[in-house]
Design a binder for this molecule. Structure first.
Ligand code: PLP
Length: 388
């Protein structure tokens, strides 16, 4: 019997176009078919036991109540020292650094703090799936500019053409998910030249900052004076320390931008869990874990690439991040989503179609694998992919 007293209101959806993501779909399919899951971007190995001990110790020391709103001072000091050492810019821990519940919250909070109705925000497609809904939640309009087909390099003419008097911000991401390309100093300079004289804010997603290969250095916006002056720069401890489930990261920005950021942060998360902040602050004093990350992941990248060399996959460059994209057009003419489903159910390896990162879901015959996996996971995936 239906009660007339019970009524669930159905307000108009704030994000009507958002459904179940391809990551969830592919992971479920992988589990159902016993496939090796190289789809979702997270390690299948654990973080350093010393980091886990440092967090557990902080909990046992009773560091379990609300920390300061912007993050525990030790951790902000450690972040400041690290950025100064790596990128030569000293962010003031008191006014320019905030600890966030992962990069995801950092990006959303940056968007909410500067974007409002009527504002346009440029995103470079393909892009991480939270950017566009973040802009829409803020009431802004996403303006999509494609990275160059084939190379995924930024198209500065197209970016320039997309800038209007209503452009409030641009979101960039290097090392890049999903294409595994990196921006170099010349790219940052080209962007700085475009933004000079405008009021456009830069939101720079650098969660893979420590995963840059072949001896190259990460070109951080923090190291570029003109861009840093107009930028929120976002990083993720989850990515750097193999603990993606901890959801902890940080955002840095000049004090005036950070003041606005903190107004939103105060009311959308208020604080980030205390013991992990203390544990990370202690663990970060040793730079070896992040200095050794490029070699650690480059070896996995090469193991995976070498394993695919005998197949008909065409390997795209993997300059950074923990992704390897492949062109499968010599193997199949299926659209990307169908190919990835087939790969999962018939070959037993899950991958993500690149079309998932474009609003128009375009098909280019490309799929993304994540190689942040144990060697045996990669070997087992390679055994299955060998027959392609
Ligand atoms: C480009 C990019 N930005 C942000 C994130 C989210 O980072 P976090 O887990 O710290 O929220 C991810 C995670 O996959 C990512 O790939």
């Amino acid at each position: 019997m239906t009660s007339t007293l019970a009524h669930t209101p159905q307000p108009p959806s704030r994000l009507p176009q958002v459904g179940t993501t391809i990551f969830t779909v592919m992971s479920a399919l992988a589990a159902e078919h016993g496939a090796v899951n190289l789809g979702q971007g997270f390690p299948d190995f654990d973080g350093d036991p010393r980091l886990i001990d440092a967090v557990a110790q902080a909990m046992r020391e009773g560091l379990n109540q609300y920390p300061p709103m912007v993050g525990v001072p030790h951790l902000r000091d450690a972040i400041s020292a690290k950025l100064a050492a790596l990128y030569g810019r000293r962010y003031d821990p008191a006014t320019e650094i905030t600890v966030t519940a992962g990069a995801t919250q950092g990006i959303l909070t940056a968007v909410l703090s500067v974007v409002g109705p009527g504002d346009e925000v440029i995103v470079l497609e393909p892009c991480y799936d939270s950017y566009v809904p973040n802009i829409q939640l803020a009431g802004g309009t996403p303006v999509r500019v494609a990275l160059k087909a084939g190379t995924f390099r930024p198209d500065f003419d197209a970016i320039s053409a997309a800038i209007t008097p209503r452009t409030r911000a641009i979101i960039t991401n290097s090392p890049h998910n999903p294409s595994a390309t990196i921006w170099r100093a010349a790219d940052l300079q080209a962007l700085a030249d475009l933004l000079r004289g405008t009021e456009i804010v830069l939101i720079s997603d650098e969660v893979y900052e420590h995963m840059v290969y072949d001896g190259e250095a990460h070109a951080s916006v923090c190291a570029h004076e003109a861009l840093a002056a107009r930028a929120f720069v976002i990083s993720s401890f989850g990515k750097t320390y193999h603990v993606t489930g901890w959801k902890i990261g940080h955002v840095v920005a000049p004090a005036s931008l950070m003041a606005e950021f903190r107004k939103v942060h105060q009311f959308n998360v208020f604080t980030v869990n205390t013991p992990m902040q203390h544990g990370l602050a202690r663990y970060m004093s040793d730079p070896v874990p992040y200095y050794s990350l490029p070699a650690f992941y480059q070896r996995k990248r090469d193991l995976f690439r070498n394993g695919l060399a005998g197949t008909r996959f065409r390997l795209l460059p993997s300059e950074g991040s923990y992704f390897q994209c492949v062109d499968y057009s010599a193997i199949s003419s299926l659209p990307e989503v169908d190919f990835c489903r087939w790969l999962t159910t018939e070959i037993g390896v899950a991958a993500i179609p690149l079309s998932a990162f474009y609003e128009d879901q375009r098909n280019q015959g490309l799929a993304r694998f994540c190689f942040a996996k144990k060697d045996e996971t990669l070997t087992s995936a390679l055994d299955r992919l060998a027959r392609l």
